[in-house]
Design a protein around this ligand. Sequence first.
Ligand SMILES: CC(=O)[C@@H](O)[C@H](O)COP(=O)(O)O
Ligand SMILES: NCC(=O)COP(=O)(O)O
Length: 245
Amino acid sequence: MTKLSVNINKIATLRNSRGGNNPDVVQAAIDAQKFGAEGITVHPRPDERHIRYDDVRKIKKIITTEFNIEGNPQEEKFVQLVLETKPTQVTLVPDALSQVTSNHGWDTIEHKQYLKDIIAVFKNARIRTSIFVDPKIEMIEAAAETGTDRVELYTEAYAHNYETNKEEAIAPYLAAAVAAREMNIGLNAGHDLDLKNLNYLIRNISWIDEVSIGHALICDAIYFGFENTIQLYKRQLALPEGNLF
Ligand SMILES: CC(=O)[C@@H](O)[C@H](O)COP(=O)(O)O
Ligand SMILES: NCC(=O)COP(=O)(O)O
């Protein structure tokens, strides 16, 4: 079954808005795991506007599930942090410094050699690797040639288009997911997934190994509570009887 990795960036954003340590992101990671999260995701950005590098070190000490660190390995500081904290998985995301949030996947054709080299560095340290990609078959094919363990499908377009036409929204993701499966690479998905669009994604692509969800989940927690919200998301991940594919 698909694992839920809870992205706690937004908890750090709230903390940072006032200084101090409320809410406590380390406690949030402990609680998310207690409430059923099967992983914790963080995406430390170079300006440390939400999760700070030091948070990552502290979270590593309390992790009992899967720890996923996302970021751009072109930032040397990020590579060093990952090698120091040795998470379960590093997700490589090609974000520019000024980006508000992630808005595209890697061009795995253009950057194939670079990705191959950096993936070897992480795999030598026994860290699982995942490459953040747009849902395009040629990007999956080139990703497979880098030696990565997994790819993460960037689901912003799916989430956006789901509102108007869910069959059309899922089509490129299904094709990309089938390609990943044929190439024997693992599959993650994330960005803008929420309680409305999650179940349809999973029913169509049941072999997704992990979804990482932050923004919508933390927003929902304001209304439903953190524990209840994590359980609501896990319920969306539970496939109904029979599987569409
Ligand atoms: C790679 C990805 O889609 C997420 O990590 C997303 O970028 C969250 O990052 P922010 O919390 O900085 O928006
Ligand atoms: N990898 C995606 C992620 O960690 C969370 O993205 P979002 O749910 O905050 O859009």
